[in-house]
Write a protein that binds this ligand. Structure first.
Ligand code: PBG
Length: 324
């Protein structure tokens, strides 16, 4: 390689056209997944902690599906706010539950739109934990059955992909078996495989009304200090039958995304979570930085690290603008 002055790295940075031509990482609309909050009762409400994000009533599900399909996003990821909660999170696996109804409406309105459902109990339990509470802690094995029931009910409603986010051991195998036994061998599993106990989920918990009423999630979600453990989690989920695996949060885990991409052949999804999104939005609102530029930089870094699919609350806006 010739050095300076034959080589001038700035030559290819000179104009927008040249910069675009040599851009390495890109994100097209179909690689983006748009998370949506759907509520059983009440009207459209802005989420205070997430500028530009809303809780949508069920009645808007069909229209949202049409909008998402028209924008060309890769998929939508649904979170439910049920009309009522109980100890066992029964709203999660109710055939007439909010997500089951939303999926039916969305698949009817936009049959080709990929609909992904979050499979977890925390939005449906009165205590806000992701499973059944026994002796003050989440009981792993008892929770598996309820997660499997939830996934089957989502598949029955027409979900293309179910995405367990609870971090119980063995949930992917339990869900795969239940889907197969109930006649849904083609329903895809996207597991939140490497999911950390992250402070960046804060805004989401107010959006989804899913904050734990006591304690925290550190006894089931991962310690941010650990990296090798994330690879073990991913390996186990793939062994249990996960088709797609996720790393979450995204920007604090670029190393994990890269290691997972290099180690496993499976498509890797990365979730730019609520706090990652909101910190950019709030900083921009206060005039501290350029929000669109910061979002682009963060999302392309996630892609550059190796994510094949990027989940972001900005998916719709970015897809409408043609991607990054
Ligand atoms: C449910 C779930 C959470 C998120 C996705 N699924 C919250 C949590 O684990 O507490 C977080 C998403 C976000 O912050 O955007 N278990």
């Amino acid at each position: 390689m010739a050095g300076f002055p034959v080589t001038r790295m700035r030559r290819l940075r000179r104009t927008p056209g040249l910069r675009r031509l040599v851009q390495e990482a890109r994100l097209s609309p179909q690689q983006l997944v748009w998370p949506l909050f759907i509520k059983a009762a009440g009207s459209r409400t802005p989420v205070e902690a997430m500028p530009g994000v809303f809780q949508h009533p069920l009645g808007e599900a069909a229209e949202l599906a049409e909008r998402a399909a028209a924008a060309g996003v890769g998929g939508v990821l649904l979170f439910g706010l049920p009309a009522s909660k109980d100890d066992l999170g029964s709203g999660a696996y109710d055939e007439k539950g909010v997500i089951q109804q939303a999926v039916r409406a969305m698949k009817k309105a936009a049959p080709d739109l990929v609909v992904i459902t979050d499979v977890c109990l925390c939005e449906y339990t009165s205590h806000g934990h992701c499973g059944v509470i026994r002796n003050g802690t989440v009981d792993n094995d008892e929770t598996l059955e309820l997660l499997a029931r939830t996934a089957v009910s989502h598949a029955a409603a027409g979900a293309d992909i179910v995405a367990p986010s609870d971090m119980m051991d063995g949930r992917v195998a339990a869900i795969r078996r239940a889907l197969d036994d109930n006649g849904y061998p083609d329903t895809v599993i996207l597991s939140y495989a490497a999911k950390y106990a992250s402070a960046f989920y804060g805004p989401f918990r107010s959006a989804a009304d899913s904050a734990p009423k006591f304690g925290d999630r550190k006894a089931y979600q991962m310690d941010p200090a650990n990296g090798d453990e994330a690879l073990k989690e991913i390996a186990l989920d793939l062994e249990e039958g996960a088709d797609l695996v996720m790393v979450k949060p995204a920007l604090p885990c670029l190393d994990i995304i890269r290691r997972a991409k290099e180690k496993f052949g499976a498509p890797i999804a990365a979730y730019q979570v609520s706090g990652e999104y909101s910190m950019i939005k709030f900083a921009a609102e206060r005039g501290a930085l350029d929000g669109d530029a910061a979002l682009r930089e963060a999302l392309l870094a996630i892609r550059r690290a190796g994510a094949d699919i990027v989940i972001t609350y900005a998916a719709y806006d970015i897809a409408r603008a043609g991607g990054l």
